[in-house]
Design a protein around this ligand. Structure first.
Ligand code: G3P
Ligand code: CA
Length: 264
């Protein structure tokens, strides 16, 4: 799994940059992904959605309002859903200025551009399928894109640098059926009784940190899955999460996680 690969590299606990190093650069942009490397992440996380013409783009919200200048560029398109604009239209937007003038000119990246730009980075990728119920067939389109980037799909478990996750477990199951070589994760906290069922199609359980216990982590491990928890941005919480026995920590500040993990 991604966590095991990261463990083999340099850490007992994988450091995952949430939407890139999103505390320091505009989330889900190539700038944030590249900065994840500088900030010592092992893995970067991103959210995949679709434009009106079914192109895979990296965006967290279902609308472009918060993280681009869409309101000024397309005032008539309220509520600015990503699914209501074509890729050509989305590419006209600035995805950096809302964060800081320093990042003016950042664009909403496509999945293809991200896979290509980050291929040589040495970072793993935690790919979230966001809102799949709104995009029927998105799992197949993601699988097809990944197949076009074989370096992200190495068969050797120690070389695996990719995992696919979603809050929609049906979507995770569907993706697993399409591309079983790629590790998968369910976002959330499945009931302990359901863990054997989840383990049939998932390699990780990625729960929110709030309410997570050492006993639950042990049960997930007993079901042969890893645990990556989110979203922890301060040293004290990261230290507590590490004590729970998790395999990875998803953070907007990967340097903070690295500082704790490295000093162990
Ligand atoms: O990777 C965990 C986290 O990304 C899930 O929440 O809303 O940030 O996509 P969200
Ligand atoms: Ca996410």
């Amino acid at each position: 799994t991604v966590a095991h690969a990261a463990a083999a590299l340099n850490a007992k606990v994988a450091t995952v940059a949430h939407r890139g190093a999103s505390a320091y650069a505009p989330e889900n942009t190539l700038a944030a992904f590249r900065l994840a490397k500088t900030k010592h992440a092992d893995v970067f996380e991103l959210d995949v959605q679709e434009t009106k013409d079914h192109k895979l783009v990296i965006l967290h919200d279902s609308t472009l309002a918060r993280t681009t200048n869409v309101e000024t560029v397309y005032p008539g398109k309220k509520p600015w859903k990503v699914s209501s604009l074509t890729l050509a239209q989305v590419k006209k937007l600035d995805a950096g200025s809302w964060y800081s003038a320093k990042y003016k000119g950042q664009r909403v990246p496509t999945l293809a551009e991200t896979l290509s730009a980050m291929r040589g980075s040495g970072l793993g990728l935690l790919l979230e399928i966001k809102n799949p119920a709104s995009y029927p067939g998105i799992e197949g389109r993601i699988a097809a894109e990944l197949k076009r980037s074989p370096s992200w799909l190495r068969a050797d478990p120690n070389e695996r640098r990719l995992a696919v996750q979603s809050f929609d477990w049906t979507s995770v199951n569907r993706f697993h059926a399409l591309l079983p070589a790629v590790p998968t994760a369910v976002l959330g906290t499945p009931a302990v009784a359901d863990l054997p069922k989840v383990a049939k199609y998932a390699d990780q359980v990625n729960p929110p940190y709030k309410g997570l216990t050492a006993s639950y982590v042990k049960k997930v491990h007993a079901a042969h899955m890893d645990v990556l928890t989110w979203t922890l941005n301060d040293r004290a919480s990261v230290q507590k999460a590490v004590k729970l026995g998790v395999d990875g920590i998803i953070s907007n500040k990967p340097d903070i996680v690295y500082g704790v993990v490295r000093s162990r």
